[in-house]
Design a protein around this ligand. Structure first.
Ligand code: ADP
Ligand code: ADP
Length: 227
């Protein structure tokens, strides 16, 4: 059975805006799917409904057999926001420790996990640094480490690299692919970059605006050939 099943999903916000209409998709374990489309087409709203951060107005989403947001295993989902959203007053270590702390782990108990997550993104030496000491790309790496700290099976990324320069972005794209392969993740990656969607994913779900809806669902078997 698919890891994620969306059937007839709609989101209407309190102000009446219909951000997503009649969205139906099945995503299998291990897929790297991108949601591609212009600003305002509902990509982020769709992703937040999958994560349970937003409720659905109509239709159904199941993740791993549970209604979105209602499984006992929120642990199994890592979310990376468009902004790195780090706590500025806390060290890199403390930022990555946060989700583990929320799940009741002690700092000492969590240390190996946090160190492992920082090593995944090449920041093992920066545990004691504060966010203000880091570049934009490094802050985004910390944010990815934080999402990986709970060892999620599903990684949801909401235009994570949109604010970064192209060189940094290219490097991070390769790093995300390496994480996906190494940790056998299922990834949904929201982007408005055609390049990013084709380079990264095995499947491009193209959305259009007003109201947000899926207009194409394009398989890219084997992904983009990389050397
Ligand atoms: P995208 O991620 O593709 O840029 P969004 O999912 O952020 O699109 O937004 C889709 C539509 O929903 C847009 O028209 C946006 O203005 C609207 N929208 C997003 N969040 C809210 C909200 N909390 N209340 C009302 N409208 C919203
Ligand atoms: P969940 O339990 O769903 O994982 P969290 O409570 O960890 O959610 O927080 C959601 C996101 O908001 C996380 O990425 C977290 O780091 C971020 N966050 C939480 N508190 C703050 C804060 N004070 N400043 C900035 N970002 C924060």
């Amino acid at each position: 059975s698919p890891l994620i099943q969306m059937s007839g999903v709609e989101k209407q916000f309190a102000n009446g805006t219909v951000a997503v209409r009649d969205m139906s998709l099945s995503i299998q374990k291990g897929e790297f799917v991108s949601f591609l489309g212009p600003s305002g087409c509902g990509k982020s709203t769709a992703l937040k409904m999958v994560s349970g951060l937003l409720s659905v107005s109509r239709g159904k989403i199941s993740v791993n057999g549970h209604a979105a947001g209602e499984g006992g295993d929120r642990n199994d989902i890592g979310f990376v926001f468009q902004e790195a959203t780090l706590m500025p007053w806390a060290t890199v270590f403390e930022n990555v420790y946060l989700p583990l702390k929320l799940h009741g782990m002690s700092k000492a108990g969590a240390r190996p996990r946090v160190e492992e997550a920082l090593a995944m993104v090449g920041l093992a030496k920066f545990a004691k640094a504060y966010p203000r000491e880091l570049s934009g790309g490094m802050k985004m790496r910390v944010s990815i480490a934080r999402a990986m700290a709970t060892k999620p099976k599903l990684l949801l990324m909401d235009e994570p690299f949109a604010a970064l320069d192209e060189m940094t972005r290219a490097k991070l794209n390769d790093d995300v692919l390496a994480l996906w392969e190494e940790h056998k993740l299922t990834v949904i990656f929201v982007t408005h970059s055609v390049f990013e969607s084709v380079y990264l994913s095995n499947r491009v779900v193209v959305m259009a605006a007003r109201p947000g809806r899926v207009v194409h669902d394009i398989p890219l078997p084997g992904g983009y050939p990389r050397t």
